[in-house]
Design a binder for this molecule. Structure first.
Ligand code: PLP
Ligand code: ZN
Length: 400
């Protein structure tokens, strides 16, 4: 029998895909590491195969693979020159099949669902997780339910709906919907793989392992990650905790979770030394993908960050827009505002810290800017006007 464990009360409970929260603490439970010695299989090309010993899967069904992972780790040379920061890299997760890191989690959660013989899956999301779940649901041929907020934009609805899941717009409180999805899931046998699902979290470990291999078997000193529900940060951190446990590294990187000032319940709790966060009443930020006033994995994230000397920062919308622009203009990387918080956070952090020159810093670029075009005001883009007859002169004057 498989178990999940609660970091808060240290108890283990039998795996229940329809409710993976601790019956006592109501915090999300995680998949425990096995006691056996684990190794990598570097010759394999499919990331899940390479990292199989570290994942909660005993075998893989290759037919579910959409090509997730193997994303580039790119050195940000022009940004480094401009800012005199040390070695900064972008782990560019926009290269995943549905253009965000969510595919890493979906890949593992779908493997588990299919291995356990489930035929119906679902998620509660308005953005990246919805399209990822819908795409993997299509590939696996499962009946897929996506519960959307009532006011989800047409642009987002289309990119999910194109995979033809059962799309339901739900009126009412979004936080309550998250909780309710689990009881509905149990009734109708629908596995709701939401943001802190234990198998999603294990899937995010693959990104951490890739960073380790891409840096020639070394951990970076710092990793900056956008922080919302906390699922992604937990998974990345667990990858490096596993690497340390197995003797591959001596030290876990310093994780810096970054929130948007308009919705920063965890940054607030961290700054005031609290171990539990308070729900935010009104969230308002350009970084919609991380605008979660009541993050399900918030308390665990706070705990893991504290236990591993990490920190949580917040950045303003202006800082986010500036960072998005810098990544696009200096480095050719077009990311969502949510992902640009990583660079905004690093720029803010570096005002108070003197980095050693050999330090490696990784920014995890979680999702593509093409999915949040509405956040870009057209006034930000510089367009020259010319008619065919004066085009030559216009280009000539630009070059002057
Ligand atoms: C682009 C992007 N970045 C970061 C996050 C935050 O991830 P998590 O909710 O696991 O903290 C999300 C979550 O939806 C996202 O869509
Ligand atoms: Zn508990």
């Amino acid at each position: 029998m498989e178990f999940l464990e609660c970091l808060f009360c240290q108890k283990k409970y039998p795996l229940d895909l329809f409710d993976s929260f601790c019956p006592d603490c109501r915090e999300p439970m995680l998949y425990p590491s096995p006691p056996k010695k684990r190794r990598f299989y570097p010759g394999k090309n499919y990331p899940l195969e390479r990292f199989l010993d570290f994942l909660p899967l005993s075998k893989l069904d290759a037919s579910l693979n959409l090509g997730e992972g193997n994303t580039p780790l790119v050195k940000l040379n022009r940004l480094i020159e401009r800012t005199s920061l040390p070695n900064v890299f972008a782990k560019n997760e926009t290269f995943n099949p549905t253009y965000s890191f969510k595919d890493r989690g979906s890949a593992v959660a779908f493997q588990k669902a299919v291995a356990m013989g489930l035929e119906r899956i679902g998620t509660v999301s308005t953005g990246n997780m919805a399209s990822s779940t819908a795409a993997y649901g299509a590939k696996a041929g499962l009946k897929t339910f996506v519960l959307l907020k009532e006011d989800t934009s047409l642009e987002k609805t289309l990119s999910v709906g194109i995979h033809n899941p059962e799309l339901i717009r739900v009126k009412g409180d979004y936080g309550e919907l998250f909780t309710k999805s689990f009881s509905i899931g149990r009734k109708y046998n629908i596995y709701f793989m939401n943001s802190v699902d234990p198998f999603r979290v294990e899937g995010y470990k693959a990104t951490g392992f890739e960073i380790f291999f891409q840096l020639n078997h070394r951990a970076p000193q710092f990793i900056f990650v956008p922080l919302s529900s906390g699922g992604h940060l937990m998974g990345l951190m667990r990858a490096f905790l596993d690497l340390k446990k197995e003797g591959f590294i001596q030290q876990v990187p310093i994780f810096v979770g970054v929130q948007a000032q308009g919705c920063a319940p965890l940054a607030k709790a961290f700054a005031s030394g609290k171990s539990k966060f308070e729900r935010i009443k009104k969230a308002e930020t350009i970084a919609h993908a991380i605008s979660n006033p009541d993050p399900a994995g918030g308390n665990i994230s706070l705990r893991m960050i504290k236990e591993n000397n990490g920190m949580i920062l917040d950045v303003s919308d202006e800082e986010i827009i500036e960072a998005q622009k810098m990544l696009a203009e200096l480095e050719g990387i077009f990311c969502q505002p949510a992902s640009a918080t990583t660079l905004a956070g690093l720029l803010k952090f570096s005002k108070n810290v003197k980095f050693k020159t050999r330090v490696n810093i990784v920014l995890v670029i979680t999702g593509s800017g093409l999915k949040a075009l509405k956040s870009i005001e057209s006034s930000r883009i510089n367009v020259h006007q010319a008619s065919l007859s004066d085009l030559e002169n216009t280009i000539g004057s630009i070059l002057k």
